[in-house]
Design a protein around this ligand. Structure first.
Ligand SMILES: Nc1ncnc2c1ncn2[C@@H]1O[C@H](COP(=O)(O)OP(=O)(O)OP(=O)(O)O)[C@@H](O)[C@H]1O
Length: 267
C-alpha cells in the first residue's frame, strides 16, 4: 500500500465477510486531512460495515487500515480512541445518563490510567454541547430526547473525544433541514482545522454542497472516488443508483446542486 506518510486515512485491500458473502470486497481508499469527504452508495453497499473497520472497531477479515501511517489494529484501544471517533447510525441511546454525562464519555480515552483527572473535561464537554446547539439540554436524561436531539448529543460526544480522525454514519439522520445544514457546516469547520473527516451520507445534495471529495460504494466495492463535482456525474448516478439526475450551480452561492427527475434513466 502506498503511504500518505504522516497524514490522512488509508485502507488497502479491506475485505469483510458476513453471512457467507463478501460485504466489503477489496476496498482501497484514501481520505485526505483538512477537507470533508462523503461516503455514498445505495442501501446495503457496505458503508456502515466499512466505517466500523476504518474506525478500528471491527477487524476486517483481511487488508489493513492506517492513519497517519500507523496500523490502527496494531495499537491499544485507548490509543486508538484518542485518534479515531465514530458516530454510528442509530446508536443505542437508551442509557439512563444525562446529556452531559454522555458527552463526557468522549473524554474517557484522555483520562490518566493512574487516576488523574482530565482537567479540561468540563470545559470541552460544555464547548462540544454548544457546537451542536444542545447546551440547554445538558441535565436532561438521554432517553427523554427526540431522535434528532440524541443524534446531536452523539455528535457532541465524538467532538469531545477531540480525535484527528472523525467518522460519521449518516450524521444528519433524524435532523430537520436547519440542523442538517448546521451539522454539515460544523463538519466542514472541523475538517478545516486539519482533521480527517469522512461521513456516510444518503443525501447527495448535501454531499455535493459541502464535501470536497467523495467515495462511492456499490456492492461492497469502491466504484468511484475523487472530487465531488467531478465524480457525482449524471452517468455515475444513473449507473450506481439507477436515477435521472443533473448537476446544477446554485444561483445563490455557486455551490453545486443535484436535481433529480422522476422516471427511469435512459441507458
Ligand atoms: N452479520 C451479517 N450477516 C449477513 N449480512 C450482513 C451482516 N451484516 C451486514 N450484512 C449485509 O451486508 C450489506 C452491507 O451492510 P451495511 O450496513 O454495511 O450497508 P450500508 O451501505 O451501510 O447500508 P445502508 O445505506 O442501508 O445503511 C447489507 O446487504 C447487509 O444486509
Amino acid at each position: 500500500m502506498s503511504s500518505l506518510g504522516a497524514s490522512g486515512l488509508e485502507a488497502g485491500r479491506v475485505q469483510v465477510r458476513a453471512g457467507g458473502k463478501l460485504i466489503v470486497d477489496g476496498v482501497d481508499l484514501r481520505v485526505q486531512p483538512g477537507s470533508l469527504t462523503a461516503l455514498v452508495g445505495p442501501n446495503g453497499a457496505g458503508k456502515s460495515t466499512l466505517l466500523r473497520v476504518l474506525a478500528g472497531i471491527d477487524r476486517p477479515d483481511s487488508g489493513e487500515v492506517r492513519f497517519r501511517g500507523d496500523d490502527l489494529f496494531a495499537m491499544r484501544r485507548r490509543a486508538r480512541a484518542r485518534l479515531a471517533a465514530l458516530v454510528e447510525q442509530d446508536a443505542v441511546t437508551d442509557l439512563p445518563l444525562t446529556v452531559r454525562s454522555t458527552v463526557a464519555l468522549g473524554r474517557l480515552p484522555h483520562e490518566s490510567l493512574l487516576g488523574g483527572t482530565d482537567s479540561d473535561a468540563a470545559d470541552i464537554v460544555g464547548r462540544s454541547l454548544a457546537l451542536v446547539g444542545m447546551t440547554g439540554f445538558a441535565d436532561r436524561e438521554l432517553p427523554t430526547l427526540s431522535g434528532g436531539e440524541r443524534q446531536r448529543v452523539l455528535l457532541a460526544k465524538a467532538l469531545a473525544q477531540q480525535t484527528p480522525l472523525l467518522l460519521l454514519d449518516e450524521p444528519t439522520n433524524h435532523l430537520d433541514i436547519a440542523a442538517q445544514l448546521s451539522v454539515l457546516a460544523l463538519l466542514e469547520r472541523v475538517a478545516s482545522t486539519g482533521a480527517t473527516v469522512l461521513a456516510a451520507l444518503h443525501d447527495l445534495t448535501l454531499a455535493v454542497a459541502f464535501c470536497h471529495s467523495v467515495i462511492v460504494m456499490a456492492g461492497g466495492r469502491v466504484v468511484a472516488a475523487g472530487s465531488t463535482r467531478e465524480t457525482l456525474t449524471p452517468a455515475l448516478l444513473r449507473d450506481v443508483y439507477g436515477v435521472r439526475a443533473v448537476l446544477l450551480e446554485s444561483p445563490v452561492d455557486g455551490r453545486p446542486v443535484i436535481s433529480f427527475s422522476p422516471g427511469t434513466p435512459e441507458a
